[in-house]
Design a protein around this ligand. Structure first.
Ligand code: ADE
Ligand code: ZN
Length: 332
């Protein structure tokens, strides 16, 4: 198993049915069913929106600092078992605020799990707050304001949720405000939206990575832009199959992305719902897309190049990946 960074995972999407049932009981919240297998059977989706409906509904069980701590701790433990050295983790503060949870509760719980993680799981982790694009730019600005007292606990902002009809250009001001606070910027684009959404994410939001990016492959000029500027794509193959972005894994654009020389990384997105964590995505693309060891190594190396950790840590992880430990630079 290769060491890797995971750059596209929603912490709320790591809520396994077992933990969902436990948190619901702890917080006296009614679920449609407490049968874990029956919950799993609900995880069949026809598109992104059909998933988001279940995903947001499930988040109602997250109420206390302890809940957020348990959620992130469980993910980080699993991530360690999947070879993850660095995790840059999305969270949907806006949804929790709408559920009348205070920002401090969310930040404290997640942050405590992340701070303990290097020691207990050997995973270095950081948070990226996503704006929910279907709730509009004013709500995004309110979420940014609510998060600013906790500025030292997250490293960047992203853009997620229902894509079609909610183009990146609407979020220019809030991304500019985030940039002026020194926050990194990423955005989901080209999962269901067309190449124009990817152009807007680059030109209007000045993002440093594109999350998904599948439909960028429809536009040769955009492919050239992504290649020449080395913009990383955080691709999520098992998610794409689960949400019917592609009909079958063997039809995925990943091999074309690699052949075009794009900086592709592999990620799990919402692993509790899509049947696989990040290493499972590596195994699946090797089996179904015929990618060889070199391609997998390239994507693992890309994940370290594309992450927002400092250069010393990135180089140490890459040295570990290539089995060329320098001796003087232990993995932090
Ligand atoms: N939120 C959680 N998972 C998502 C995805 N795959 N696309 C958009 N928003 C999301
Ligand atoms: Zn995502």
């Amino acid at each position: 198993m290769l060491p890797k960074a995971e750059l596209h995972v929603h912490i709320e999407g790591t809520l396994e049915p077992e933990l969902l049932v436990r948190l619901a009981a702890r917080n006296a919240i009614a679920l449609p069913t407490t049968d874990v297998e029956a919950l799993r059977r609900r995880y069949r989706f026809s598109d992104l929106q059909s998933f988001l409906d279940v995903y947001y509904e499930s988040q109602a069980v997250l109420r206390t600092e302890e809940d957020f701590y348990d959620l992130a701790g469980a993910y980080l433990q699993r991530a360690a078992g999947q070879g993850v050295r660095r995790a840059e983790i999305f969270f949907d503060l806006q949804q929790h605020l709408d559920n009348e949870i205070e920002a401090g509760t969310v930040f404290s719980g997640l942050d405590r799990a992340l701070r303990e993680s290097r020691e207990s799981h050997g995973v270095d982790a950081a948070l990226i707050m996503c704006f929910l694009r279907d709730r509009g730019p004013e709500a995004a600005m309110r979420a940014l304001r609510a998060a600013m007292p906790f500025r030292d606990r997250f490293i960047g902002v992203g853009l997620d949720s229902s894509e079609l009809g909610h183009p990146p250009s609407r979020f220019r001001d809030v991304f500019a405000a985030a940039a002026s606070e020194g926050l990194h910027r990423v955005a989901h684009a080209g999962e269901e939206g067309g190449p124009d959404y990817v152009w807007e994410a680059l030109d209007d939001l000045h993002v440093e990575r594109i999350d998904h990016g599948n439909r960028a492959m429809e536009d040769p000029a955009l492919v050239e832009r992504l290649r020449s500027e080395g913009i990383p794509l955080t691709v999520c193959p098992l998610s794409n199959v689960a949400l019917k972005v592609v009909d079958r894994l063997d039809e995925h654009v990943l091999p074309r992305m690699l052949a075009e020389g794009l900086c592709v990384t592999l990620n799990s997105d919402d692993p509790a719902y899509f049947g696989g964590y990040v290493e499972d995505n590596f195994v699946a693309v090797r089996e179904h897309l015929g990618l060889d060891e070199q391609a997998l190594l390239t994507m693992a190396a890309n994940s370290f190049d594309a992450c927002f950790a400092d250069e010393a840590r990135r180089e140490a992880w890459k040295a570990e990946l290539h089995g060329t430990s320098s001796g003087s630079a232990p993995v932090p």
